[in-house]
Design a protein around this ligand. Structure first.
Ligand code: PGA
Length: 331
């Protein structure tokens, strides 16, 4: 078993492939999505871009948000965004965190995946003390500069002090609910990286932006703000998270996600460098679960996932981490 895994791992040294254009048609883009959500493609006609799959290691992050269990998670989203009435009320507790950590510690995770979880701030320390070192810890946000008299904020220095290796920045909930703008997020990324805190840099369009054919424009604007602030991309993972797919159960089709990933990689190639475009992981987030992860993982430019709701169930999160095996088959 171990030798099979390591031989697969050795094949999976990076999916570097060149293709003149995405290998799917507009008709294919719409296939499968119509039953759940009618959405236009990102832009018509599809831009001809170079598909240059990344060379980085598969990466899966669990974003626990401001919830500690699955029911809280959907309670928060459905209440705040008025998508559905909520039936179940349960508070996240230390107990639910303990259970999640225990389940993760018991999980068998493929070797060739970087795995991180992002607990709410107040639980980071306890998670760090009890979680297997196989999984790194991320914060969900950080202050824009050096710590000081900023009531309610948490500094990069403090996050590092309690063992965080990563921070999620630019998540759509911070952009669209808290009101952080592109430049502020870019500055946060620059400061975190300057202190050696690695960054999961989130981008993604709202439903109305997709419907207006502005998906690429929005993603590129958000990318530009990151690129204007970031000089070293070694410690950056880009997360493409269409806002309409986050916490809604309406996952992008593999083709929709791939289309944007290709475009973002192409943008990085032209605006940063071909080397950075190749080495930077571009992960997908938005209603990823144990059932849809394998098909998404097979897409050439999807280098992993940022997972919200499904990361609150240890065994399901492990399934998503292990979807790297679907990628190996495709490789
Ligand atoms: P979701 O959240 O998996 O619940 O859609 C993803 C995210 O917000 O990172």
């Amino acid at each position: 078993m171990a030798s099979a895994a390591s031989s697969l791992a050795s094949q999976f040294s990076g999916l570097r492939r060149e293709a003149a254009k995405p290998s799917f048609s507009t008709a294919h883009l719409f296939h499968g999505v119509q039953s759940q959500l009618r959405l236009p493609s990102a832009r018509r006609p599809i831009r001809s871009v170079v598909a240059m799959a990344g060379t980085g290691k598969f990466f899966v992050g669990g974003n626990w948000k401001c919830a500690c269990n699955h029911d809280d998670y959907y309670l928060g989203i459905y209440n705040d965004f008025c998508l559905k009435p909520v039936q179940i009320l349960q508070n996240g507790t230390k107990d639910s965190i303990r259970k999640l950590v225990a389940d993760l510690n018991d999980s068998k995770l493929e070797n060739d995946v970087d795995v991180i979880v992002s607990p709410p701030y107040v639980y980071i320390d306890v998670v760090k003390q009890s979680l297997t070192e196989r999984i790194e810890i991320s914060a969900q946000n950080s202050w824009v500069g050096k710590g000081g008299a900023f009531t309610g904020e948490i500094s990069v220095e403090q996050l590092k002090d309690i063992g965080c290796k990563w921070v999620i920045l630019g998540h759509s909930e911070r952009r669209h609910i808290i009101g952080e703008d592109d430049q502020f997020i870019g500055k946060k990324a620059a400061y975190a990286l300057s202190q050696n805190l690695k960054v999961i840099a989130c981008i993604g369009e709202k439903l109305e932006e997709r419907e207006a054919g502005r998906t690429f424009d929005v993603c590129f604007e958000q990318m530009k703000a990151f690129a204007d602030s970031i000089s070293n991309w070694k410690d950056v993972v880009i997360a493409y998270e269409p806002v309409w797919a986050i916490g809604t159960g309406k996952v992008a089709t593999p083709e929709q996600a791939q289309e944007v990933h290709v475009a973002v990689r192409d943008w990085v190639k032209k605006n940063v460098s071909p080397e950075v475009a190749s080495s930077t992981r571009i992960i997908y987030g938005g209603s990823v679960n144990g059932g849809n992860c394998s098909e998404l993982a097979k897409q050439e430019d999807i280098d992993g996932f940022l997972v919200g709701g499904a990361s609150l169930k240890g065994p399901e999160f492990a399934t998503i981490v292990n979807s790297v095996t679907a990628k190996k088959v495709t490789a």
